[in-house]
Design a protein around this ligand. Structure first.
Ligand code: ADP
Ligand code: MG
Length: 324
């Protein structure tokens, strides 16, 4: 059983006249008015699957619950507007915990001008279960779909890869107090908010295809239809903190960058003739670069190849899948 096959086998395609795009992208897309689309997505956080209670505060958990949902809105180039929040709470959880959770949630909601307009509260026999549903808007000329990667030449990513997975590794190995682990743990607990970069990128002529990285590059690339990828592993953006952590504990940074989940960076396609200008404008605006990690070819059956200094590289890591 894997996530992908389960969805393909049991979730039916639907015909609804207001629907511009259904299952198969980071958000579903509905017609809002002549020039605007409504985009919607949902994500859950389950205790002991997505987080352990001892690893983060309730404030941080509230922040993260919204942040991971914002990432799917960013992936379409959209602006988030409203959220619904459902909580199932066990007996261990106090009212003060819920208050702190909501403080964290509202902290990010207010920063991004998002309105919490509904939800649900339930008891849970074991552990906490959190679900957020998010909606946003995007102009119909700026929306970015996964099926448009095929029109691009280069594959790019908005920031460092692998930090969050290394942060999780550090938490699982009780390295919370160790100085080298700290920035990585922070990336895991407090994902980057890439909304502004994604909205800017979506507006650029030459950017074609976008998605967010939630399950690791290896897994997420497989979700892009009608395109083949050649990934140059020496171009993967690996930050200093991850390099240092891997040197210290004799680990392979590539494993984190390729197979590690929860980066919440934006993966996007860019046309050859526009790449240089977009790179320059991006750096001027955000004071940080984006990274070209490979090339794209339109293809009916997908093929993903990895290279090291242009020589084929066999990859033995697997990305994240809830059911395998
Ligand atoms: P993401 O990683 O951005 O959540 P995925 O690639 O995992 O997206 O999901 C693929 C598509 O399947 C998405 O469009 C998502 O909305 C849809 N999907 C996943 N689970 C379900 C479900 N239980 N019912 C209906 N659609 C689902
Ligand atoms: Mg996504």
């Amino acid at each position: 059983m894997n996530e992908f096959k389960l969805i393909a086998k049991h979730i039916k395609k639907t015909k609804f006249s207001d629907l511009a795009f259904g299952i198969g992208d980071d958000c579903s897309v509905l017609k809002f008015n002549k020039n605007t689309l409504q985009i919607e997505s949902t994500d859950s956080l389950v205790e002991d699957v997505h987080f352990r209670r001892q690893d983060l505060s309730f404030f941080e958990l509230g922040y993260k619950s919204l942040a991971v949902n914002l990432s799917d809105i960013a992936a379409m180039g959209g602006i988030p507007k409203t959220a619904h929040l459902s909580l199932a709470i066990d007996k261990k959880t106090t009212e003060l915990n819920i208050k702190d959770f909501l403080k964290g949630f509202y902290h990010l909601a207010e920063q991004e001008n998002i309105h919490l307009i509904g939800g649900d509260m339930s008891s849970s026999p074991h552990g906490i279960f959190i679900n957020v549903h998010i909606s946003g808007r995007v102009s119909s000329t700026q929306i970015q779909y996964r099926h448009n990667f095929k029109k691009a030449d280069f594959l790019c990513v908005s920031g460092f890869l692998g930090d969050s997975a290394a942060g999780l590794d550090a938490l699982l190995k009780n390295r919370k107090k160790d100085k080298i682990s700290r920035p990585l743990i922070l990336s895991h607990i407090k994902p980057p908010i890439e909304l502004e970069k994604a909205q800017w990128l979506a507006r650029q002529k030459g950017v074609s295809g976008m998605m967010d990285l939630s399950d690791g590059l290896i897994s997420d690339l497989k979700r892009i239809p009608m395109a083949s990828f050649n990934i140059e592993t020496t171009h993967l953006p690996i930050g200093r903190a991850l390099k240092k952590y891997c040197e210290t504990y004799s680990l392979d940074p590539l494993a984190f960058a390729l197979a590690g989940g929860e980066d919440y960076r934006i993966l996007f396609g860019c046309k050859k003739e526009r790449l240089k200008q977009i790179q320059k404008d991006f750096e001027n605006k955000f004071k940080t670069p984006f990274f070209v990690i490979g090339s794209i070819k339109k293809q009916k059956t997908q093929k993903i190849q990895y290279f090291k200094n242009k020589k084929p590289l066999k990859i033995n890591f697997k990305g994240f899948d809830h059911f395998s």
